[in-house]
Design a protein around this ligand. Structure first.
Ligand code: ATP
Length: 422
């Protein structure tokens, strides 16, 4: 009976025992559900626990959170709550419910229901299993275990992709992530929904969320290929063309991300999905990209990075492709750009000098600071004002170009500059 629960790491077992005990005191039974159960059976690590009870899910979550003394967020309108056990480990609670889709691609109407109703509203059989915390029994009404064993993704009913077309993205995501296959009948239904242009009917913000999840998967290039084959990219923009060059760029982006992760471990984490999006939107001009950002509600910082990639050309490229370029010029060109933009450019332009200049920037110049401060300038009798900035820029430039190496030399340079001016 404890076949599955026994596979759960000890820390989580302790937490789940606690959940069970609180549920038992409330005369209800708690179940693990969804992706956690799927990954447990597959032996894949997952720290997003989903608990459903046929009763008051929020009440259970509140008692659980206060027993641990940790933070809880309650979403009363959805009847759900999230308990943040520690960074990276959270437990979602909900009351079992049933859903009804008033019209295709819209959010469902929700009302209370049994555990079976709750599992029946889910996307695929492999995500529609539960494990009782009381006795560890697997609850599998729809053949999820069998489908997991045969590595197939299967919807629970024929209208599934029409009710919620985001499941098209989810089916592709899980298929590619686990190397499964979408089962033939489900695939037929998926293609039908695509033909009916259901993807275009999803609210763009929901489309964005699913697309971001896809681009955050381990191998987004595979996922993009599969989307192109099964659905195309009209749902982003009919003019968006995916050509062999796009795939070459996406593969080069994958290599550049690997290169960055290997060589620059201490830097800020990359938004790798933004870089893949740059590659995906390669065939579009800046104006179309701007429109896409507005339609899908991308954040300002994301839009800025996408556009700066698009707009970095002409002089920028010729200068960076010169072996004789001065370090201060490399710094001036690259310092204002994000790592995401820089890596996409490095992926796109396969010119060894261009690449080396970027490597030099990342290795040496990026984040370079000078040693002198405002106090030093004041000490030399310079009155505070816009002049400070000018002097600092000149010192930094000299440092980048190797003309000054330490504070002493920086001060000497400043004195020289001041003498020239006076
Ligand atoms: P991941 O490993 O990517 O987080 P997950 O299956 O845990 O995958 P969530 O989005 O956290 O994904 O969803 C949790 C569960 O909620 C799913 O396993 C599934 O049972 C259900 N679910 C999520 N989205 C949908 C949907 N669009 N339609 C039906 N059920 C869904």
């Amino acid at each position: 009976m404890k076949k599955y629960l026994g596979k759960i790491p000890e820390e989580l077992q302790g937490l789940l025992n606690k959940v069970h005990n609180i549920a038992a005191r409330k005369n209800t039974e708690a179940y693990l559900v969804g992706g956690f159960v799927r990954d447990l059976i597959l032996g894949v690590k997952n720290l997003d626990l989903d608990i459903v009870i046929e009763g008051d899910g929020i009440g259970l979550a509140q008692d659980f959170a206060s027993s641990l003394g940790v933070k809880i967020t309650v979403h009363r309108q959805f009847g759900t709550a999230t308990v943040f056990v520690r960074p990276g480990l959270k437990v979602d609670f909900s009351s079992s419910r049933q859903e009804h889709y008033p019209s295709p691609a819209h959010l469902p109407l929700v009302k209370g229901g049994s555990l079976k109703d709750d599992l029946n509203r889910r996307d695929f059989t492999l995500n529609a299993m539960a494990i009782s915390l009381k006795d560890g029994k697997l609850v599998d009404y729809f053949g999820g275990l069998n489908d997991l064993r045969h590595k197939v993704i299967r919807v629970l009913h024929p209208l599934s992709f029409i009710d919620d077309p985001t499941r098209i993205f989810r089916a592709i995501r899980f298929e590619q992530r686990y190397n499964f296959k979408i089962e033939p009948e489900s695939l037929k239904l998926l293609r039908q929904a695509v033909r009916l242009k259901m993807l275009e009917r999803i609210h763009p913000h929901r489309t964005r969320d699913d697309l971001v999840l896809i681009l955050k998967e381990k191998n987004p290039v595979k996922e993009i290929k599969r989307i192109e084959k099964l659905a195309g990219f009209d749902f982003i923009l009919p003019q968006l063309k995916i050509i062999p060059k796009t795939y070459a760029l996406l593969k080069a982006i994958k290599r550049e991300i690997g290169y960055f992760h290997k060589n620059y471990t201490g830097r800020r984490p990359l938004d790798t999905w933004v870089i893949y999006l740059m590659g995906l939107l390669e065939s579009l001009d800046a104006k179309k990209i701007k429109n896409i950002c507005a339609k899908f509600g991308l954040r300002k910082g994301e839009e800025k990075r996408l556009l700066s990639y698009k707009r970095s050309q002409g002089r920028f490229l010729t200068d960076l492709s010169r072996a004789s370029i001065a370090p201060a010029r490399i710094f001036a060109l690259l310092e204002p750009l994000s790592y995401e933009t820089i890596l996409a450019l490095r992926a796109k332009y396969n010119n060894p000098v261009f690449k080396r200049n970027i490597t030099d920037f990342l290795d040496i110049y990026n984040g370079m600071r000078i040693s002198v401060s405002g106090d030093d300038l004041a000490g030399l009798g310079v009155l505070p004002g816009p002049r400070y900035r000018k002097i600092f820029t000149q010192v930094l430039k000299a440092k980048l170009n190797g003309q000054v190496r330490n504070k002493e030399e920086e001060l000497a340079l400043i004195k020289q500059l001041l003498r020239k001016r006076s």
